[in-house]
Design a protein around this ligand. Structure first.
Ligand code: ZN
Length: 140
């Protein structure tokens, strides 16, 4: 994937994020996450059916990288099991931090594979994953 295509995908998810806005349903588990170093302040909500993420949504204000990463993450996680989601989060973290990772499970999240070139944007990309990690952690 070339850099232009990556930028286009990121821009598209920033301008038209998937599942922005909550719906009236108390079964969603919500966690707020924010970055001190950026404007990012988002709340992620997951709806689980046993061990499967059947829906994911978010609300809040964030920069382009954080908003788009939240949207792409939501697209990727819906339909995944908790176990699969944990693997995706682990590998995404590794990718952002320039450690070894498995790109084959990251789907469209691979568009963030050059974020490490902008160290001040790493936490922006990681923020929604931190929220999901907190939500899934509560289930153990
Ligand atoms: Zn940010």
């Amino acid at each position: 994937m070339d850099d232009k295509l990556k930028r286009d995908i990121i821009l598209e998810h920033y301008q038209n994020p998937i599942n922005r806005g909550f719906i009236d349903n108390n079964n969603y588990i919500k966690v707020n996450s924010r970055n001190e170093s950026c404007v990012d302040n988002i709340t992620v909500a997951l709806l689980l059916d046993k061990d499967v993420i059947i829906d994911a949504r978010f609300e809040g204000e964030a920069c382009a990288i954080c908003t788009s990463a939240t949207s792409v993450m939501i697209k990727t996680l819906i339909g995944k099991t908790v176990e699969e989601a944990r693997e995706i989060i682990k590998n995404f973290n590794n990718m952002i931090n320039e450690e070894e990772y498995d790109s084959s499970i990251l789907e469209e999240l691979n568009v963030y594979d050059t974020v490490y070139r902008q160290p001040n944007r790493k936490n922006c990309a990681l923020l929604p994953f931190k929220a999901v990690k907190d939500i899934l952690g509560e289930r153990e």
